[in-house]
Write a new protein. Structure first.
Length: 285
């Protein structure tokens, strides 16, 4: 696996591989501190392209809190070894000045999709995400890019940006990878102390409670969200940021489940913020 940290070298690599060799390139953007969820993105990317570039860049523009940025886990050596093992061809790991050189002042805003859910609690977050993803697309020129469904709203924002800006990139979604007890894998799980880690199971349990409510015939958002919220309330270490039932495409709040609806939640366990989601489907009667 080749390691590249300069924009110009990354662009030159892509030009050569795509242009001269006619190969298909996939990009897996990450912020490092990799886990099995990220590696599943690389595996999916491999199936859809001849070469896989994985980027590791802790993007300052998407952090709404300085303390979260400062303590975001970083371990480039370990990340490189994991990516090589998973079959990535290039590790692109630029520093912040390379991506945001002095004087940089262009940002991308996806308007409505960035407003509810996490957007309502993390000002500027999706502007930072859309901006860095567009920069990575410009640098790597991928044919395909892979994102995880755990960050459902991020995926929706990126898909919208790709459509709105006519970007020639196929966006693929990879399913959430979970620990044995149901906790969605996340780089932030490393912050959890033992008791918090045990408590964090409540997110998956809350989604399961929402799903069980639908299976039992509940249709209203109020009842489904209450089932999830009641489950979270049983965990003393959990502090709910939001529990919401939304349209899976527009992310607008719904009052009834319809054919499909997205149950999404953000929960603080101590000083760690975790998110999770599940698409609920109404089964034919
Ligand atoms: O999902 C992430 O890790 C980040 O938000 C992304 C897509 C790499 C952009 O910084």
């Amino acid at each position: 696996m080749r390691a590249i940290d300069q924009v110009s070298a990354m662009q030159a690599w892509s030009r050569e591989v795509r242009g001269r060799d006619g190969l298909k390139v996939a990009l897996v953007p990450t912020m490092g501190a990799l886990h099995a969820g990220h590696l599943s993105l690389v595996t999916l990317a491999r199936r859809h392209a001849d070469r896989v570039v994985a980027s590791v860049f802790v993007n300052p523009a998407q952090f709404d809190r300085a303390d979260d940025l400062a303590r975001y886990p970083r371990d480039l050596e370990r990340d490189g070894a994991l990516l090589a093992g998973a079959g990535a061809d290039v590790l692109f790991a630029p520093d912040a000045a390379e991506i945001y050189p002095p004087g940089a002042q262009t940002f991308v805003t996806v308007e409505e999709l960035a407003q509810p859910l996490c957007g309502a609690h993390r000002p500027g977050h999706f502007r930072g995400v859309a901006t860095v993803v567009l920069k990575l697309f410009s640098i790597v020129q991928p044919d395909v890019a892979v994102f995880g469904e755990k960050d459902y709203q991020q995926l929706a924002v990126i898909r919208r940006m790709v459509r709105d800006l006519f970007l020639d990139v196929d966006v693929l979604a990879a399913p959430i990878v979970r620990e044995a007890d149901g906790l969605a894998m996340s780089s932030r799980n490393r912050h959890l102390a033992a008791a918090e880690r045990a408590a964090a199971r409540c997110l998956a349990a809350a989604l399961a409670a929402g799903e069980a409510a639908v299976a039992a015939g509940e249709r209203t958002a109020a009842a489904i969200c209450a089932a999830a919220t009641d489950e979270l309330a049983r965990e003393p270490l959990a502090r709910v940021e939001y529990v919401a039932l939304v349209d899976p495409d527009t992310l607008a709040a719904v009052t009834e489940v319809g054919e499909r609806a997205l149950l999404a939640l953000a929960v603080w366990i101590g000083s760690t913020r975790l998110i999770d989601n599940r698409v609920l489907e109404r089964r034919a009667p």
